[in-house]
Design a binder for this molecule. Structure first.
Ligand code: NAP
Length: 246
C-alpha cells in the first residue's frame, strides 16, 4: 500500500529539470524537499511550489557529500517525514577532448553524477523499505544512447547511472520499490544554455523541431512516481522528442 502522505526529495531541484520535477510532484500532492547546491535556486523553487498551494522545503548542500546528505535528510525527516520518492537529478556536465580530461575532472564527474545518486539512494532506501513502497527516478542522459564526442567522462558517469538503475530495480522489485531512469535529450535549461551546444541549431535538426522543455521530463517523472507506474521497473523512459529511437 502506498503511504498516505508521500514525500519526495529532488536533488538539483533549484534549476531546470529538477525544478520542473519538483513543481510537478508538488502538483501531484507530494511534499517536496528541494536539495540543491544553490540556495537562491532552491528557495525560489519552494516559493513557486508554495504559490501553487503545495508544500516544499529547501535544503542547501552537496548531494554527493555524505555529511551534507545526512544533514539534509535529518531536516527533511523532521519537517516532512519519511521519504518514499527520490529523484536523483543533480548533475554537472563537461566538454573536453578525451586526451585533455584530467584525473580531477574525471573524478569530479563521477562523484557528482554517479556517486551522488548512490549516496542519496543509500540514505533514503530505509524509509522506502519500511513503507514497503518506493519510487526511485534517476535522471541519466540520452548521450548514453547516442554517444557524444568530447564528453567521455560525462557519458561514462551517466552510463553508470543506467546500470545502477537496472541493478537496484532487480534488488528491490519484490519489496514494492521501483527504480527507473529518464535519459533526457537536449532540454532547454541553464545547464544547456551554459554549454557549447547550439540549442537552436540542434532544434532545427530534431524530429519535433524544438528542444525539450523541463516540463517534458517532469511529466515522465510524475508518471514514474505514480501508482499507475507500479509495474514499471528497471526501465529507461526516453524523453527526447524522437531524436533517438532505442
Ligand atoms: P541545471 O539547470 O544546471 O540544474 C542542475 C541543478 O543541480 C543546479 O541548480 C545545480 O546547482 C545543482 N547541482 C549541481 N551539482 C550539485 C550537487 N553536487 N549537489 C546538489 N545540487 C547540485 O541542469 P539541468 O539541465 O536541469 O540538468 C538536470 C539533470 O539532467 C542533470 O543530471 C543533467 O546531467 C541531466 N541532463 C540534462 C540534459 C539537458 O539537455 N539539459 C540532457 C541530459 C541530461 P549549481 O547551479 O549551483 O551548480
Amino acid at each position: 500500500m502506498p503511504p498516505e502522505q508521500k514525500n519526495a526529495i529532488v536533488t538539483g531541484g533549484g534549476s531546470g529539470i529538477g525544478r520542473a520535477c519538483s513543481l510537478q510532484l508538488a502538483r501531484d500532492g507530494i511534499a517536496v524537499a528541494v536539495w540543491d547546491l544553490n540556495p537562491e535556486g532552491a528557495e525560489e523553487t519552494v516559493t513557486m511550489i508554495e504559490k501553487e498551494g503545495g508544500r516544499g522545503i529547501a535544503c542547501v548542500g552537496d548531494a554527493a557529500e555524505t555529511r551534507k546528505i545526512a544533514e539534509s535528510l535529518a531536516r527533511t525527516h523532521s519537517e516532512l517525514g519519511p521519504v518514499t520518492i527520490l529523484v536523483n537529478n543533480a548533475g554537472i556536465t563537461g566538454f573536453c577532448s578525451f586526451t585533455e580530461i584530467d584525473e580531477d575532472a574525471w573524478d569530479r564527474m563521477i562523484r557528482v553524477n554517479l556517486k551522488g545518486p548512490f549516496l542519496c539512494t543509500q540514505a533514503v532506501i530505509g524509509d522506502m523499505l519500511e513503507a514497503g513502497w518506493g519510487r526511485i527516478i534517476n535522471i541519466s542522459s540520452s548521450s548514453t544512447q547516442s554517444g557524444a564526442p568530447v564528453m567521455a567522462h560525462y557519458v561514462a558517469s551517466k552510463g553508470g547511472v543506467v546500470g545502477f538503475t537496472k541493478a537496484l530495480a532487480m534488488e528491490y522489485a519484490a519489496v514494492g520499490i521501483t527504480v527507473n531512469t529518464i535519459p533526457p535529450g537536449f532540454v532547454d535549461t541553464p545547464m544547456l544554455r551554459g554549454s557549447p551546444v547550439d540549442i537552436e541549431a540542434q532544434a532545427a535538426q530534431a524530429p519535433m523541431k524544438r528542444p525539450g522543455r523541463p516540463e517534458d521530463i517532469a511529466a515522465a517523472c510524475s508518471y514514474l512516481a505514480s501508482e499507475a507506474a507500479g509495474y514499471v521497473t528497471g526501465q529507461t523512459l526516453s524523453v527526447n522528442g524522437g531524436r533517438y529511437l532505442v
